[in-house]
Design a protein around this ligand. Sequence first.
Ligand code: SF4
Length: 450
Amino acid sequence: MGGQPYEYRRRELVEPDWTRLPGWRGVTREQWESAQWQRAHCVKNVNQLRAVLGDLVDERFYADLVADQQHTATMSMLVPPQMLNTMVPHAAPDTDSFYADPVRRYMIPVASDRLTDWTSHPYATRDSLHEHDMWVAEGLTHRYPTKVLAELLSTCPQYCGHCTRMDLVGNSTPAVDKLRLTLKPTDRYDGMVDYLRAHPGVRDVVVSGGDVANVPWRNLESFLMRLLAIDTIRDVRLATKALMGLPQHWLQPDVVEGLERVARTAARRGVNLAIHTHVNHANSLTPLVARAAQTALSVGVRDVRNQGVLMRGVNATGEDLLELCFALQGEAGILPYYFYMCDMIPGAEHWRVAVWQAQQLQHAIMGYLPGYATPRIVCDVPFVGKRWVHMVTEYDREHGISYWTKNYRTSIERDDPEALSKRYAYYDPIDTLPESGRQWWRKQELAAVA
Ligand code: SF4
C-alpha cells in the first residue's frame, strides 16, 4: 500500500535561540520576554537589520531590500525581534537560507521577489475590498448585513508586506501615500458606538485596525466595555497579529488582567468574545505564542482563531498548510479558521495564487484535521465578500477570470436593484495563465496605453 500524501508527526514548539544572531548575542531571557524590549528593538530599516544579522547575510540582500523599499513596497518595514527570530529558526542564517525563508518572504520582501512582467495585476487597487468606500463612520466598515469592521487605528506592532489594508495601515512609502484617519481617537470611537447603538441589526463587531495591540490597553478596554453594553451586540472579535508577532504584549500582567475583566463581562452578558490572529507559517508558532493564546483562553476568551493568508513562497502547499494547522490546533490552542487568498493589491502578484490552485489546496487539506478545525480557504471578492473557493459561479481559466455572486447588499448598494443578480469578477495572477491568456492580457494592456 502507498503512503499518505501527508504524514502527520507531532512536533513540539521550540523558541529559536536568538543568541545565534550577532546583534542579539547578549540579550537575556528577561529582555526577550519584555514587550517594551521587543517594541524598542523592532527592525525598521536596513541598517537595523544589518545590526542584527551582520555579515551572515551579504550586501546583495541588503541592496535588494533597499531597492524594494524605494520603488515598490506598499508597507514600511517593522519587524519585531520575535518575528525576525523565526526566520531560519534552527541555524545561523546565510544569504541563501534567508532569501528562501517563508516568513522573510512576506515580512521583509525584496525587489527580486517581485514578478518583473506583471508586478501588479491591471485590476489591482489600493483598498481592493473597498472598505473605505463602505465606511459609515470614520474607520467603521459596514459590508455584511449583520457585521461591521471597526478599524480603531492605523498602526500595528509589525507590518506585513502583503497587508490588504495597505491603503490605510502603516507609514507612507515612496510608492504609497497612505490615507489618514483624521478624527481624534475618542471622537472616532464615539462615532462607531453611536452607529452601533442606532443599528440594532448589527450584532457582530470585528475590532481591528491596524492591530488592537497598538491601542493603549485602557482605551481598548473602555471601547470594548461600551460595545458590551449594547444589548444587540452578540459577537466581538479582537483582531491582533501581535498575538504571534509580539506575544509579549498579550502576556503583560495589566493586559491579561484587563482581558479577564472584559471576558468576564462578555460571559455575563452572553457575548462571544474571541481573538483572531494571523499566522501564515508553522515556524512562527513558538512556546511564547502558545503561552499568549492559552493565557487568553484561561482568562475567559471563548476562542482564539487563526486567519492566515495563502501566499506563494510562504505556505501555498498542502504540506505547509497542514503543518501550520496541526501546530495551531495541537500545540497552541488556536483554531485554524480561514486562509484568505491574498488580495488584489499592487505589487502582490508573486504572492497571489489562482482560484484553481486554492481549490486544489482546499482539497489537499481535507480529512486530516478534525472537521471543525479544517480551515476554509476563501476568496475575498471585491464588492462581494468572503466566498469559499469552490463557490465560484463561472470560471474562465484561459483568462483567469472567475465570477461570483452574492446574497446580500453592502452598505453602498442599498438602492442598486441589480446588486443581487450581478456577477462580480476576480482575477488570477497572469503568470499562472496559459500562454494564450497571457497574450490576451498583454494586448489589453497595449490597447489601454494606445
Ligand atoms: S498585522 Fe494585519 S493590518 Fe497589520 S500590517 Fe499585518 S496584515 Fe496589515
